[in-house]
Design a protein. Structure first.
Length: 164
């Protein structure tokens, strides 16, 4: 794959990939952009190994997901949550914090459930495609989707803020 072909394919899925990563990062768009940048670099370096260019989008989503997982593994909380100071929303920040309850609910989910839900509902991937991206069986993906939905249903703030 040439550099120009790679750039063209990235431009075709960049927005969706960044949205997916921002959701995985529970609204932390700066972290999501950092992970996306890392994923794009890794994908470019490995683009010669891509056997099916028609599967580029799923391939780059898998790389991005792996970058996210690696980032989470290296992430260490240095302050206990109970000791962290509260964060006040700046004035006029309504649009910025519109999905704060949703991101908080997503953040409460285990990472594998959150990933499956976001790929299925936000990105429109099939169970089979998600299984390929996260390198799991289709049954595991179905279980993760079911458990994730159940966890979100049991979260009253989501039901109150966003409905069923």
């Amino acid at each position: 794959m040439t550099r120009e072909q790679f750039i063209s394919r990235v431009e075709g899925c960049q927005r969706e990939l960044r949205r997916f990563l921002a959701s995985l990062c529970c609204g932390d768009t700066q972290l999501a952009d950092d992970i996306a940048q890392e994923a794009f670099i890794k994908a470019f370096l490995a683009s010669g190994d891509l056997k099916d260019p028609g599967n580029f989008k799923a391939w780059i989503f898998r790389i991005a997901h792996n970058c996210f997982v690696n980032n989470r593994r290296s992430h260490r909380i240095s302050v206990d949550y109970s000791e962290a100071p509260p964060i006040a929303a700046p004035s006029g920040a309504d649009a910025t914090f519109r999905y704060q309850a949703l991101y908080a609910a997503l953040d409460s989910l285990p990472q594998h459930e959150r990933t499956a839900l976001l790929l299925f509902y936000m990105e429109g991937y099939s169970v089979k495609e998600i299984a390929e991206i996260v390198e799991a069986s289709e049954e595991a993906v179905k279980t993760r989707l079911s458990r994730g939905r159940n966890h979100l249903r049991s979260n009253p703030s989501i039901i109150n803020d966003y409905g069923r």
